[in-house]
Design a protein. Structure first.
Length: 143
């Protein structure tokens, strides 16, 4: 299997390990489908939800730490193809961390996802979030 400089393809190599190299190119789409299915498995989503549940009400000491954990949460959500809903209202939100001048820790916000976005949650700690599979009918264009 061809490798780009610095690109780790070990996960695909594991899936394709029993195939002769001559069949890799033809089998790559199905291998990627299987890899994607593993990423979007119920087990991984449940593990992610457990982590989120344990983080509710937690806040790190600095903006950098809070921004880092929110970035990681968002990265995992994107990889698992899920969205967040506020547990108490069921409203879909995008989660971010902003750095207002008067806050050492930053502010963790939940913003509505529809037109006319509004802040639905703002505070110093991680809110109670529920993950839901991304609706396949909804646009997934990057902002």
């Amino acid at each position: 299997m061809p490798r780009e400089s610095g690109l780790d393809t070990s996960a695909v190599d594991i899936i394709l390990q029993d195939l002769p190299e001559s069949q890799w190119e033809e089998s790559a789409p199905s291998a990627l489908d299987r890899l994607l299915a593993r990423l979007q498995s119920r087990e991984l989503r449940d593990q992610f939800q457990t982590i989120l549940d344990r983080l509710v009400g937690h806040s790190y000491d600095t903006y950098q730490e809070n921004a880092s954990i929110i970035a990681k949460i968002n990265t995992v959500a994107k990889a698992l193809n899920v969205v967040f809903k506020l547990r108490d209202t069921g409203e879909e939100v995008r989660v971010r961390c902003v750095n207002p001048a008067r806050s050492k820790r930053g502010s963790i916000q939940g913003r509505s996802t529809g037109g006319g976005q509004k802040t639905l949650f703002s505070g110093s700690s991680i809110p109670a979030l529920k993950i839901c599979p991304l609706d396949s009918q909804r646009s997934t264009k990057p902002r």
